[in-house]
Design a protein around this ligand. Sequence first.
Ligand SMILES: [Zn+2]
Length: 558
Amino acid sequence: MAAYKNVDLFSAINELHIVDEKILKSCLSVSDNCNLPLGEIILSKDLLSEDNLGKIIGDLISVPYVNLTEVNILSEVLHLIPKKVAQVQQIIAFKNDEKGLHVATSDPSNTQIIEFLSKKTGKSIIKYFSSQSQINKALNLYSQSITKAFDEIIAKNVQEAKGDKNAEPPIIKIVDTILKYAYENNASDVHVEPLEESTLVRFRLDGILHDIVKLPHELDSQIVTRVKVMANLRTDEHQEAQDGKINFQIQNGNQNEHLDIRISVAPTTKGEKIVMRLLSERTRHFSLSDLGFVDEDLKKVEDAYHLPHGMILATGPTGSGKTTTLYAILKLINTRKVNIMTIEDPVEYQVENVNQIQVNIKTDLTFARGLRSIVRQDPDVILVGEIRDEETADISVNSAMTGHLVLSSLHTNDAVTTFPRLIDMGVEPYLIATTVNVVIAQRLVRKICNKCRVTIDVPYDKLDKQIQKYFGKSSKQLLYHGKGCDICHKTGYVGRIGIYEILLMNEELSQAIVDKKNSYDLRKISIKSGMRTMLEDGIEKVKQGITTIEEILRVTKE
Ligand SMILES: [Zn+2]
């Protein structure tokens, strides 16, 4: 149920003049005809960000808006509302302080639940508005199965440590267990955070942070020291941030797997916080088809990297898997015959026979400087981690002009906006048109759990309006979702896969770039010459049962 009247939201947005009135009116009539909240239509058409819309609705209904994905929700606070209640009532407790219990709901007009919570907790309840999708994400935090299992392992080790006063705590074993467990659960990051009275270990699973276990506070400094020793960092330095790396061996059946772990230690007011990013060989060995490239797109990318010079660009927001794609391509090019050099920040994977340079701000080794020295080393192929500034853009394009194959990434929303972005960075349009071979725009979506995947019948008119045209008009659509099981920690998803749009340069497009046509026109030309959009690639993966419509819509709005 919407928390507002469609017509009120219409006026509120219209007064702000941030969406074209005609478009807004058509959204209003769609939402009235389909009996859907106006906000949903606006989001599905990508007219406003979820955050902006949330703030506007919050103002409209006089309930403050909170972005739950930006709040660190402690497990103990979350559980002040039992899971069942939270699910049914779509309400999340996210903060508990002297003012009371702060809760977020997508339907603030439901006053009964607020009364109920107030009685049950004996606290004053402070109500916030949040979006449906954020509430759903936060509900995932209830998945407790990992935590429980892990709790027991750690408790045993801690007990052993406390039992014998003279014995050293088995801190090595505890840290190893954390890493091993993170690896087994496919966590991408491990956070070890000092709190007032304990140390919190959190895993990032499929992009979302989960509280895993709380360790006794006295172990905190020992864990930090142990990790620093493993990463060759200074153990006597507590006031400065330090970065390092660990090579970790994991027994996986009969095989030893090698895990690269990037370490970042930073001082906080309560002690030192550690973030560890796990980069396993599993991800390193990914081929493009493992990453989700369909055959026809593979062919396009292949044609591009067989060219002796030019640029291959991967684009998308942070965390969209651009680097992984570039490495997969690098792996294909990596033969003894070519000299490959990289400049990266950070170096995410070690690649054999490739000279990798790490950006280092302290020694003034910037992307641009590193790139200048690389060009003097006679490379055939250069990987530039990211083009962020004019100088790097300039040298990259010039290297591509002078006979090198350049692989790099850019922070743009889709393939065609790469061109105006490069022009903004001062690159001449004709240089862009002659050097860019291919642009790969991408996002990562969560994959449906194989173990609990079931089919669902979705009525055609319940499909998001934005995507209806991709489905047949039969009354029901056969789609898939994960019911939730122990394997997927009740989320219905395990692992991630990419959705892509691959833009190949052609004559018409390069003329349009030289003519400085806008992204809208560039997009039209690209689609006309055969580019499948990210949304289309995603829909294909939905129909194949790999992912869900919710996932596709979530990431294509980023
Ligand atoms: Zn499952």
